[in-house]
Design a protein around this ligand. Sequence first.
Ligand code: SF4
Length: 219
Amino acid sequence: MAKKTNQARDSVPAISDADDLLLGEPLPEAERIAALEQLRQQVAACTRCLELTDHRTQTVFGVGNPMARLCFLGEAPGADEDRLGEPFVGRAGKLLTRIIEACRLKREEVYILNVLKCRPPGNRAPHPLEAANCRPFLDRQLEIIRPEFLVCLGASAAQTLLNTTASIGKLRGRFYRYRGIRVLATYHPAYLLRNPSAKRPVWEDMKMLMQEMGIPIPQ
Ligand code: SF4
């Protein structure tokens, strides 16, 4: 197969992926809980990325409702997440909770996960090989939960999931599909903490999400 050029990867991904749908019937809740627990144990024992394995306190699998209609996907655990074993628990996590609540949802109703399950030392960006190593775990999580919607938080999560190098500014503001899931990309809450002016475009993205999910938008 011809190698993709950088130019091709810079472009915004195509909307349709009809040939790449998740197959099979969605699992009932009890089976999802059991399958996620089995996967969590596999992740906890994983040593594919030697540098991350050496530095992690623990793996950070994901948290939330196994029946969630909506997932939020971040890049990787930070220091707080590595310490507590849960994604998005620091200042950025608190802001994410507020964003979720602004969408008239509760944090417990959605599922929150990261591309990488181990913290990169010094919060450096994940290496492509690490993202590739961890991808089967992410794909299996999505296969079990089968969300209708997924919000990528920040460029790294969006670029990894959608296999593009396009900027988050170019990617946000429209829906994509990944294995039958409707995907939206927006700015990372940590970026919002540094750049409060980005709250407006994030709210625009969330309103678009609410509309598609059939949630009344607050006036
Ligand atoms: S980041 Fe993922 S693939 Fe790499 S060691 Fe951690 S769990 Fe394994």
